[in-house]
Design a binder for this molecule. Structure first.
Ligand SMILES: O=C[C@H](O)[C@H](O)COP(=O)(O)O
Ligand SMILES: C=C(OP(=O)(O)O)C(=O)O
Length: 452
């Protein structure tokens, strides 16, 4: 469907994506209500500043050049009722711990980007869901409809777009407070682990690493080195730019440069289901100056990748475009090499990131959607092998995770079994790694990076 016209004055050159086919858009029943919501969103202040997006583009430039590693992670689908200090802190803590592990054990600067403060919309395989003979519209994320399986909840409601804005703003506010207000101080490496260390093998392994970091910091302190970088953390927010009415209404002209920025998040990505070359999502992404990610699944051809570069990174600017590959553990070694080879031969310097989650989902006998930790790890291994054999840079990982002790993916050092899945299966869409599995992954990826 097309997009509701938004304030043309805020969009230099007009919304060129507006009349193109846009996949996976909600079927809003009340267009007038939608128009009112969009008008209101257009009057709201930006959630991020364009200069921060530029800074992240520079950081991702270092990733593309092989000088840094990207850790991108967070919920599959954020939920309004999970906008609480506890959930946000747990997620951030897990990402900070993973970042510390990768930086210290992998000896590489880590760019930290959350799937956070905007990850409220989901593309789905099927438009409807049937339970016990009742068929209803599928859940498309809290920005669109309710998770509850009732007719009323599943009707797309544009008022939810405003709740998405406010939930994102509240989340971002706390994240900024935590990352700049002292909580993310590297001298807190032990504190991030306090509730965890005794009960979990990955917590104990982390504690040993935290002691080493402490010793290194004490040494530097004794030498008179105590840089600002130890006290605060640069942390960025990203989400899938899926519901274009929302993203358009938060797309503004930057007064410094006259360029368009989607100020709903620092980085946005286009998903595997919406990356059609002639579609609205790619056109939208081509018009904004934010760093852009594009998911590439196993059906992507080298020509698709080259055309995406032409469309999204015509200036060949390292950091502008990140390819997030999600092939599946069984396909990554077959499918990735040609893409990397041809893109590299074209002279483009994109950042290559591995999403080891989305190609490795299956349904357990209990009916739970799940992923095996070993498959996740194997896809990352395959990704590293491919880059090693081609002499290119394995630029990072993109992971669905939570800081809570959920039981959604099987395996890991503190093993979750298929029979455990029902215990704390809390995701609204896809299964996430829990904190212990996330830390296990960080240690293993750090080893792979060091061996590379
Ligand atoms: O997170 C990704 C997609 O939204 C998700 O994998 C789709 O899941 P579905 O196949 O259950 O619709
Ligand atoms: C939908 C997602 O992934 P993909 O587009 O790779 O399926 C996602 O990352 O939430």
């Amino acid at each position: 469907m097309g997009l509701v016209t938004v304030n043309a004055e805020t969009h230099a050159g007009g919304n060129t994506w507006q009349d193109l086919p846009a996949a996976q858009q909600p079927d809003w029943p009340d267009q007038e209500a939608l128009r009112d919501v969009i008008a209101e969103l257009e009057s709201y202040p930006p959630l991020v500043f364009a200069g921060e997006c530029d800074q992240l583009r520079e950081r991702l430039g270092a990733v593309a050049r092989g000088e840094a590693f990207l850790l991108q992670g967070g919920d599959c689908a954020e939920a309004f009722d999970a906008v609480s200090a506890e959930h946000i802190r747990n997620k951030l803590k897990t990402l900070l711990q993973m970042g510390a592990v990768l930086t210290y054990a992998g000896s590489v600067p880590v760019v930290k980007v959350g799937r956070i403060a905007g990850q409220y919309s989901k593309p789905r395989s099927k438009p409807t869901e049937t339970r016990d003979g009742v068929t209803l519209p599928t859940y498309r994320g809290d920005s669109v409809n309710g998770f509850e399986f009732t007719e009323a909840a599943r009707i797309p409601d544009p008022q939810r777009l405003k709740r998405m804005y406010h939930a994102s703003a509240a989340t971002l506010n706390l994240v900024r407070a935590f990352t700049t207000g002292g909580y993310a101080d590297l001298r807190q490496v032990h504190a991030w682990n306090q509730d965890f260390v005794k009960s979990s093998p990955s917590g104990q392994r982390y504690e040993a690493l935290a002691r080493e970091i402490d010793r290194a910091m004490n040494f530097m302190n004794a030498c008179g080195v105590n840089p600002e970088e130890f006290r605060t953390v640069e942390f960025y927010a990203s989400h899938e730019a899926l519901v274009l009415d929302y993203e358009s209404s938060l797309t503004r002209v930057d007064s410094r440069t006259g360029n368009l920025y989607d100020v709903s998040g620092h980085m946005v990505w286009i998903g595997e289901r919406t990356r059609q070359l002639d579609g609205a999502h790619i056109e939208f992404a081509s018009r904004i100056r934010n760093p852009i990610g594009v998911k590439l699944g196993p059906t992507t051809t080298a020509q698709d990748a080259l055309t995406l570069i032409e469309r999204l990174d015509p200036e060949r600017e390292p950091g502008r475009l990140t390819f997030i590959t999600r092939m599946g553990a069984d396909k990554v070694r077959d499918k990735l090499p040609e893409l990397v080879e041809k893109v590299t031969a074209s002279g483009a310097q994109v950042a290559w990131i591995c999403d080891p989650m989305h190609g490795n989902t299956f349904e357990a006998a209990s009916g739970h959607k799940t992923r095996r930790f070993d498959d996740v790890l194997d896809e990352v291994k395959g990704f590293f092998e491919v880059h090693k054999s081609l002499g290119t840079h394995p630029g990072g990982i993109h992971v669905e995770l939570t800081g809570d002790d959920v039981t959604e993916c099987v395996g890991g050092g503190d093993e979750i079994f298929v029979d455990d899945l029902h215990q704390r299966y809390e995701t609204a869409c896809d299964p996430r790694l829990n904190r212990s599995q996330s830390l296990d992954l960080a240690f293993l990826v750090a080893e792979m990076y060091r061996d590379q």
